[in-house]
Design a protein around this ligand. Structure first.
Ligand code: SF4
Ligand code: SF4
Length: 436
């Protein structure tokens, strides 16, 4: 049976730009800046001081509650523990390590136990200690998501949709290392014991699909589902609906309808943590857009600063208008390129001026196009009006908090209204009002 989610759009995907270079380049930064905030929840507290010598994989920050640790991604000397710029704006406490280029690592403890002998608590502990978070952008602690899904879900979903334009990090992972993704899925299957395990991928990733198909006989428990490409199919609620026909209620999580969704990069990280004892200290990052000279995917150590990566990719075009962390639809514009790659950074997008098309005097034409594409069935035109009128009561009535900031409305808006920025502001207004 074919399921569809409501709304959505078909932007130019521009994915081929970063997949022309088929081998990964790595980058050895002179310095890494490791923020103590890389996940949703409580920040880590630094566990090291200036002058300490650290090894790759050493825990350098941790905390209580909804918190997972952070680790050194290079070996070297701690040269600062101080607030530094963060991709989400402002400054957060960070540990700065000067790379000694020795790559001295802690001892990583492997686990070769047969799958059926893996203990759920041990797996969750390994996931936590490795600092694993949702790597598709959400950055929710992986162990907490898995624990809260136990006994509640009948469907485990690996999300390889990667529906935002330009980004090909997950696609590159599946083309080069599909086994680790599938092994990671089998590990969580052992923990959650769902009836159905699905790897969902959009049909614009032909090579990745072939690579997975070639492995399917080794993983008969995993169902491959190829979905027609449509944005924002990679959003959790839309993906759940597309795969199962179940609608996640407002203000609820996929577990409320029996589903747990993890990004494919997260599954590969789970494999490396549980089987190889490796903490999350590196990831694949797409650097793309018309303003970067050599778009491609890199394997990047967490904490590498944006400008080091941009330089490695040939540098910026003189007409660069903006650099975004993430994709063009849901990403965050960066004004300071000393910000570091964090665990959830899947892309650095560099755009020329004419790609953004912001109007100088945006005006709502009351065309209603935004309503027709909103996958959350919201009413963007009225939300826009009530944010600007400071009407928190109306924003609550219109369920502004359900906005997933996908940008479909802004993409389709002929009046070029700054809708997503306005809804982020509106959500902040609602949060502040409810905290009073
Ligand atoms: S798409 Fe833009 S112009 Fe049209 S109703 Fe929505 S906000 Fe107004
Ligand atoms: S950004 Fe929010 S309001 Fe706009 S289409 Fe996406 S979910 Fe709907």
């Amino acid at each position: 049976m074919k399921h569809l989610f409501f709304g959505g759009i078909h932007p130019n995907y521009n994915k081929e730009m970063s997949t022309v270079v088929t081998t990964f380049h790595t980058i050895e930064p002179k310095q890494v800046v490791i923020p103590m905030v890389q996940h949703i929840g409580a920040p880590c507290q630094p566990l090291v001081q200036v002058g300490d010598v650290v090894k790759r994989g050493q825990k350098i920050g941790d905390g209580e509650g909804l918190c997972v640790p952070v680790h050194a991604s290079v070996s070297g000397k701690v040269i600062a523990v101080e607030p530094r710029p963060h991709i989400r704006g402002g400054e957060v406490m960070a540990v700065v390590i000067e790379n000694d280029f020795q790559d001295t690592a802690i001892e990583f403890v492997k686990n070769d136990l047969p799958l059926e002998e893996l203990d759920a608590d041990d797996v969750l502990h390994s996931i936590r200690e490795a600092g694993i978070v949702g790597m598709g952008g959400a950055a929710f602690p992986g162990n907490v998501k898995a624990l809260s899904s136990m006994g509640k879900v009948d469907t485990l979903i690996a999300n390889a949709c990667e529906c935002e334009p330009y980004i090909t990090a997950d696609d590159s992972l599946l083309r080069t290392d599909p086994e680790h993704v599938l092994e990671g899925m089998m590990i969580l299957r052992q923990v959650l014991k769902p009836e159905r395990v699905v790897l969902a991928v959009e049909d614009n990733k032909a090579e990745a699909i072939e690579k997975i198909k070639a492995l399917q006989s080794d993983f008969p428990q995993i169902e491959l589902k190829v979905l027609p490409t449509r944005y924002p199919q990679g959003a959790e609620k839309q993906l759940v609906q597309a795969l199962t026909g179940r609608e996640v209620p407002p203000a609820s999580l996929p577990a409320s309808v029996g589903c747990a969704v993890f990004n494919v990069s997260t599954f590969a990280a789970i494999y490396r943590a549980v089987r190889l004892g490796l903490p999350l200290t590196q990831r694949i990052v797409t650097i793309s857009g018309e303003a970067i000279k050599e778009p491609q995917n890199f394997i990047v150590r967490i904490g590498t600063r944006f400008y080091d990566l941009i330089e490695k990719a040939g540098g910026l075009n003189d007409l660069t208008e903006r650099v975004i962390s993430g994709g063009p639809m849901m990403g965050f514009a960066q004004s300071d390129l000393s910000v570091p790659v964090i665990k959830a950074t899947n892309s650095i997008l560099c755009l020329l001026k004419d790609k953004n098309g912001a109007a100088e005097n945006p005006v709502c034409l009351r065309c209603g196009k935004c309503v027709g594409v909103c996958p959350m069935r919201l009413q963007p035109l009225y939300m826009y009006r009530f944010v600007n009128a400071n009407r928190v009561d109306e924003l609550n009535r219109l369920n502004v908090m359900d906005c997933i900031e996908c940008g479909s409305c802004a993409f389709t808006c002929p009046g070029k209204l700054p809708l997503v920025e306005t809804f982020r502001k509106g959500k902040k207004m609602v949060r502040e009002a409810s905290a009073k």
